[in-house]
Design a protein around this ligand. Structure first.
Ligand SMILES: [Zn+2]
Length: 57
């Protein structure tokens, strides 16, 4: 188990919107622009559905 949670910058595969999401999202995360699902929750850790641009400290 990682001690720290992270923020991850991702790009929506559909509309190319860049968005920062939480590593340990407890709910589905959707693109704020087009509503595409960017990550789903898998018991505490987000499972990304799109490409990571950058991992933020
Ligand atoms: Zn989008």
């Amino acid at each position: 188990m990682g001690p720290k949670s992270k923020f991850i910058k991702v790009r929506c595969s559909k509309c190319k919107n860049e968005q920062i999401i939480f590593d340990k999202a407890s709910t589905e995360v959707k693109c704020l622009v087009c509503n595409e699902v960017l990550a789903t929750s898998t018991g505490g850790k987000a499972k990304l559905k799109t490409s990571i641009l950058e991992i933020l400290a």
